[in-house]
Design a protein around this ligand. Structure first.
Ligand SMILES: C[S@@+](CC[C@H](N)C(=O)[O-])C[C@H]1O[C@@H](n2cnc3c(N)ncnc32)[C@H](O)[C@@H]1O
Length: 500
């Protein structure tokens, strides 16, 4: 179990910034953004790395540090005095959530810089720790106010704090410079864009969070400068870069990861009703539903031998298989209880009695599935299933992997392959069609278009929502292959009519 000290460290997001990193940040602000503030605020300054770096780097500015931990307040003030910076710099003991920031700030005239490294902890983690170190304490369980601000019940405390800083600068000039998770920077940018006056321009500089904080998360220096414009966000390669490598922005109602590349291929955007991306199968019960083939029989996730008919069994490829290109054979099979969402499952009893018995024997796990989607549905229901699940040929891409890698998936062992729900797929009528559509997807225009929408550092970078932004018809036109495209669409329409 974690000790008291490490729990407190977690609760207060207590990871002090190395002085050298704080110094580098100040250099970036001066070199790339010409910042010369009159007043500098470090709202959660800890032992004062940013207070000291800012006092040394922006000589003549007044530096105001605030910190909840009295020991750190002492440490920081001692360091300030020992460096002879006491004339213009001071750290006060203060709880961010109780401080009357409007009063503090109104007495500071001129350009304001808000700098620092807030706690990297989420509200749900604090909930687990039963912590009170949260905004709007009395209202927290109600969460309404916070949800309205952050758009979610669970939020990063740093996101909430950054949005406060944004509001402090709503009617004055200045800048914000914070170390935070890159996902937080993007969420704050989204909020900024939603405000009517796009007053801020964002700048993201990736930092190595593992090296500096031993944290396995994508993190950055996030700078917001007050400039009117698009509310775009420049992305740099590192703290050493002087020019951005690309720009993130909102175009045509979507957040694009590279506005220049998107601009080049935006004519490929469009809904393509002939080829629609789908998600794979959702059952929320892998120990029961996923089986491994061993010595001609099956073993489930509990290590039990399973004797079931082949009727409802299909080869399974998971995101890890697709993402790693392991698509020539399968390691597991899955029980697919329905052909369509909501279909009556009682017929399993008739067509495959051993399978039905197996499901009944494990009903406690299946009936206990938490998601509300299973409520009021036939027993042993699954989701992410439809006619599209049962075509022999498919094109698939993992949603979780940090590469954009499409795969053609043939039938295996005489049956169509089923994917887990983190895989995106399009059903194909034949191998020939799969080869053709694959060629469109891996073409330079399609790849660039998709890459301009994908944020590879997201938990699930490739989603059906993103993939559906690309019209394969437009790609075919771009490549001079529209006739072939139309032929495939016509023949799959004809097949569907024959089937019906
Ligand atoms: C990630 S550390 C960074 C410290 C400092 N900003 C730096 O860059 O080294 C976050 C700091 O926030 C302080 N903190 C946490 N909750 C706070 C609160 N409610 N009010 C003020 N400071 C707080 C912690 O004590 C800790 O020193």
């Amino acid at each position: 179990m974690a000790g008291k000290k490490s729990i407190e460290k977690w609760e207060f997001g207590d990871f002090q910034t190395p002085f050298l990193l704080a110094k580098k940040v100040v250099e970036v602000l001066k070199r790339n953004h010409n910042i010369s503030p009159d007043h500098i605020i470090e709202p959660t300054c800890g032992k004062g790395a940013f207070v000291l770096a800012a006092a040394e780097g922006f000589q003549g500015s007044q530096v105001h540090g605030y910190e909840i931990n009295p020991k750190y307040v002492d440490d920081a003030n001692k360091e300030i005095l020992s460096k002879n910076l006491g004339g213009l710099s001071k750290v006060k003991e203060a709880d961010f959530f109780d401080t009357a920031w409007e009063n503090e700030i109104s007495s500071m005239q001129g350009q304001l810089l808000i700098i620092g490294n807030p706690p990297w902890v989420t509200s749900s983690e604090l909930g687990m720790l039963n912590s009170k170190n949260l905004p709007e304490k009395t209202n927290f369980q109600g969460r309404k106010g916070i949800e309205a601000i952050t758009g979610s019940g669970n939020f990063d405390i740093s996101e909430w704090m950054l949005l406060q800083h944004v509001s402090w600068l709503s009617n004055r000039e200045g800048a914000i410079a914070f170390l935070c998770k890159t996902s937080v920077a993007r969420k704050v940018m989204r909020q900024v864009r939603q405000s009517k006056e796009h007053k801020f321009f964002g700048h993201i500089y990736p930092i190595d969070a593992k090296a500096y904080f031993d944290a396995s998360v994508e993190a950055c220096l996030f700078v917001l400068t007050t400039e009117t414009g698009h509310a775009d966000c420049d992305v740099y390669d590192s703290l050493e870069s002087t020019t951005p490598s690309h720009v993130i922005g909102e175009r045509d109602g979507i957040i694009v990861s590279d506005v220049e590349i998107y601009k080049k291929w935006r004519h490929l955007k469009g809904q393509d009703s002939a080829y629609v991306w789908r998600s794979g199968l959702k059952h929320d019960c892998s120990n029961v539903m996923e089986l491994e083939e061993v010595d001609g029989g099956y073993i489930n996730g509990f290590g039990e031998k399973v004797d079931v008919e082949d009727t409802y069994i299909y080869p399974l490829l998971k995101s890890s298989d697709i993402g790693n290109g392991r698509v020539k054979s399968y390691r597991k099979v899955v029980i697919v209880t329905q052909k369509n969402v909501g279909e009556d499952t009682s017929e399993i009893m008739k067509f495959a009695p051993k399978t039905w018995d197996y499901l009944i024997q494990h009903e406690e796990y299946l009936d206990r599935r938490k998601s509300t989607i299973y409520k009021g549905k036939p027993r042993f229901s699954i989701f992410g299933v439809g006619q599209y699940s049962f075509t022999d040929w498919k094109i698939a891409i993992s949603g979780l992997y940090k590469n954009i890698q499409f795969n053609i998936i043939p039938p295996m062992n005489g049956k169509p392959v089923i994917f887990d729900d983190t895989v995106n797929l399009i059903p194909m009528g034949s191998k020939k069609e799969a080869d053709f559509i694959y060629m469109l997807l891996v073409s330079h225009p399609a790849k660039e278009f998709i890459s301009s929408l994908v944020f590879l550092d997201e938990k699930r970078p490739v989603t059906t929502k993103i993939l559906r932004e690309l019209s394969l018809k437009e790609v075919a036109k771009e490549l001079g292959l529209i006739e072939e495209y139309n032929e495939f669409v016509m023949s799959s329409k004809a097949d569907n009519q024959l089937d019906n």
